[in-house]
Design a binder for this molecule. Sequence first.
Ligand code: NAD
Length: 228
Amino acid sequence: MKPPLRVLLVGAAGRMGKTIVDLAKDDPKIDMVAQCDLGNAIEPAMKRSEVVIDFSHPDAIEEICRAALQHRRPLVIGTTGHSAEQRSAIEKAAKTVPIVFASNFSVGVNALFALTHRAGEILGRDFDAEIIETHHHLKKDAPSGTAKTLAGILSKAQNMANQIPIQSIREGDVVGEHTVIFSGPGERLELSHKASSREIFGRGALRAARWIIGQPPNLYSMQDVLGL
Ligand code: NAD
């Protein structure tokens, strides 16, 4: 039997971090060898791991990329809300180490990405597209990374450069809801995904961590992991 995968988790004290720690406890294929949060040095912890999972804050990314390049470790990045400069640090690192960077690790949302692309192609410019996303009130970034990914998919599918309107709602303890609305003359089509547990993102991230071992350097999405 293969030895368990040695994982470093960054953002371990957060909502997603705790979910992943709990999932890993029940998973014999995962050995959580190191956990970092605000104030912990990432580089020494990385030495002991084979792969890094990051669900923390965009400001951690430069330190994570620097250490990953030094130790040649693959990265699974779930954090959202990076600046253009921070995204370019990720793209640069992906030339040397493999990175899965996904705004959403759930299988259902990745199906929503594929369905949105297809609906955008079928309905074309006669339909106006709009996105509504709802999350718990502690979420730091708005719009969500998933809503931005959906907007990018729609612009591509409808071959339009103009901005797709995104409505962000922050209320209660909503884990994450995304709806894409296509409004045309006399009809509306809505595609909706509702997450009721953070475990879906955690399970997806652990699946991505197993998948990325042995992949050549590149920037991958969850669609690549799922073979969509
Ligand atoms: P959270 O605020 O509960 O947790 C973030 C944790 O990161 C905290 O414990 C915080 O102390 C820590 N942290 C902050 N700065 C850090 C730094 N510089 N170094 C190390 N740790 C640091 O947030 P959350 O709900 O767990 O979400 C974390 C991130 O994951 C957010 O960006 C969120 O949007 C994203 N997210 C992504 C997915 C996905 O599927 N990709 C799903 C859920 C959440």
